[in-house]
Design a protein around this ligand. Structure first.
Ligand code: ADP
Ligand code: MG
Length: 317
């Protein structure tokens, strides 16, 4: 490729809202045959909202929201922001949390002072504080907090709709389910049609639940395989650290892999992929790890970038 043609291609990319780290990037872009898409913030807007609250039988909904909201208020995760904001809207000020812990890709926990009927909290007496766990149902199961049937049902219903259900528990029991919804970008389905038109295989990759992933995939035109956890095209329940392994596995099958992501949890996978594309509205970590940045966060620009590189390099052979 002549430097001139590559520079022209790079300039044309900038006009299309695609920032290219260096002209040599166009070379690897041309050979890509598989495009891995992170779900949250990439295929979806990532702007979550709390849409429903289910308290387990005998539990108080306001208390559920207060405790879950307090713990999530210490987290930067988009799901956590939605839960803290939704809880505050419904029950007002949230109590303080101590001993906050984040379990990457699974959820959070922390101690929230036990409530007193007189409205005062005794900060010296922390023995009756509850360790509140908020996150994937699997995280609660791991902490020996089984889900009663009514909560299982709430999770099933949310998953069918493609919404994420977050479980809340303390004191050895799951106490409720909070459902957060995120919207599929209205450009995602069109982008996926364009990827196919370029002969690329789209793959959805997410840390979220397999049923949520399958529902989102179906809505944007990615066919789920027979096994929705690890299929050819929908790969769900992948911990942040394991996203890299998924990319390596696809590469070991002989594919040339592009990956599009927005999160800190995508950075290593973006760097490992043959071509990393960051959503420009996402995190700095994702942008730094990537070869290309889609300035407007519109997935159709990823198809434009691949078409552009093929055309740019095609003119010079
Ligand atoms: P993605 O791969 O879709 O960008 P993450 O890897 O960040 O998602 O998270 C995977 C899943 O872990 C989420 O869908 C959610 O169920 C759970 N999770 C992670 N962090 C939190 C949190 N702070 N509160 C509740 N759930 C969480
Ligand atoms: Mg993401």
């Amino acid at each position: 490729a002549t430097p001139m043609a590559l520079m022209v291609g790079t300039g044309r990319g900038a006009q299309m809202g695609i920032l290219i780290k260096g002209p040599e990037v166009l070379e690897s872009t041309r050979r890509v045959d598989t495009i891995v898409l992170d779900k949250t913030g990439t295929v979806t807007t990532g702007a979550h909202a709390l849409v429903s609250v289910t308290a387990a039988d005998g539990e108080d909904e306001a208390r559920l929201l207060r405790l879950a909201g307090a713990v999530e208020d210490a987290s930067e995760h988009p799901i956590a922001r939605a839960i803290a904001a939704g809880a505050r809207e419904r029950v007002g000020d949230l109590p303080d949390v101590r001993g906050f812990r984040n379990t990457e890709g699974l959820g959070v926990s922390g101690r929230v002072g036990a409530e007193r009927t007189d409205g005062n909290r005794d900060d010296d007496n922390r023995d009756d504080d509850e360790v509140v766990v908020v996150g994937r149902p699997a995280l609660l199961a791991e902490r020996d907090m089984p889900l009663p049937a009514e909560l299982e049902r709430a999770i099933d219903e949310a998953s069918e709709r493609g919404q994420t259900a977050v479980a809340v528990g303390w004191g050895g029991r799951a106490r409720g389910v909070l459902v957060v919804a995120d919207q599929i970008k209205d450009t995602s389905a069109e982008a996926i049609r364009r990827f196919r038109g370029l002969g690329l295989t789209p793959v959805l990759l997410t840390g979220d639940n397999a049923r949520v992933a399958a529902s989102v995939a179906a809505q944007v035109g990615i066919e789920p395989g027979p096994d929705t956890v690890i299929s050819e095209t929908v790969i769900a329940e992948v911990l942040p650290a394991d996203k890299v392994e998924v990319i390596r596995r696809l590469q070991s099958e002989g594919r040339v892999v592009a990956m599009v992501g927005d999160g800190v949890n995508d950075a290593a996978a973006l760097a490992t992929a043959d071509l990393g594309l960051a959503i420009g509205t996402g995190t700095d970590a994702a942008i730094e790890a990537s070869d290309l940045t889609l300035v407007r966060g519109d997935l159709r620009a990823a198809a434009d970038a691949i078409r552009l590189s093929r055309r740019t390099l095609g003119t010079i052979k």
